[in-house]
Design a protein around this ligand. Sequence first.
Ligand code: NDP
Length: 334
Amino acid sequence: MLNDFTAWVHERTNDSFEISLKKIKLEELPAGDVLIKVAYSSLNYKDGLAFLPGGGQVLRSFPVVPGIDLAGTVVQSQDAAFRAGDRVLVTGYELGTASSGGYAEYARVPAKWIVPLPDELSFREAMGFGTAGLTAAIAVSRLEQSGLRPGAGEVLVTGASGGVGSMAVALLAQRGYTVVAASGKADAHAYLQMLGAARIIGRGELLQDESARKPLERQRWAAAIDSVGGDTLAGVLAAISYGGSVAACGLAGGGELKSTVLPFIIRGVSLLGIDSVYCPMDIRMLLWQLLSDDWKPAQMDALITKEITLEQVPQHAAAILSGSLIGRTVIRIS
Ligand code: NDP
């Protein structure tokens, strides 16, 4: 087996940080039960943060290989659950944050983080979903557990052209919901329509301005999947119909939430917190099975808008933080 391999490494020396693409040795990877040859990884908002000097509060250990997602083949395993040759994927836990992740030709991880890759998914497709797809799937399943059914009315997706947003639009549309996509990008309208959005509205049409917002607004949305947070989420909560739910996934527009309790106590609205990082393994396995089968969007190829190499990661990491990317970016590693 090759001993020197290519990896992005984020290092700290005293108070300065260095991020470089370099050759490292297998011994430099963290301890773990399973060594994986990485075929594909992907780019998420959190990976963008990991490329800021110091890691934008995402990185918790140095040196570290970033990359919160990976799909590849098991090379060696000390855990009976996996054998050399198994096709696997890993997202979340400490991957690419406190433990070395997917932006390298090899990764070593604890067996308990690993999902066997469903036969129906290629490595590329698995990373087309990645953390964004799993997050959107958790959000859809939580909304349905809260009683949402097709025919209930319009379901809003904010940050719709982003990774989580575009996956949410595609999954909801495929499951028969009437999806309204809220996007700040005029050039993403055709893309969102192709994913199944019934209607597209601009970010400005959501009630973002706190001073202009009433605690309860006209009941517009049966439910919502929000990856923007901040004033957008506050405005969405005020406009959810009686008994509806909002799946809060992200903070691309801000981490503060200035709301009142009125949507909750007058309209019975529920705010559902969505976390993909420590999503329990039984739910994870079930959702990956669904994503590989019934829930797999017909437009899967189109959801993967870019395929890049490890060398091209920095410029795309900056682009995802500026909110300018559309859809999902996968990284071909080996
Ligand atoms: P992307 O950058 O791909 O998508 C974010 C989208 O939000 C953008 O494309 C843009 O969509 C919109 N947006 C960006 N900036 C602003 C702004 N200032 N105001 C309003 N809208 C904005 O990122 P991801 O999809 O990877 O992640 C989205 C969010 O979800 C992040 O905050 C991320 O940390 C979080 N996340 C959470 C997870 C969890 O487990 N809870 C898992 C994965 C992600 P448009 O132009 O269409 O409006």
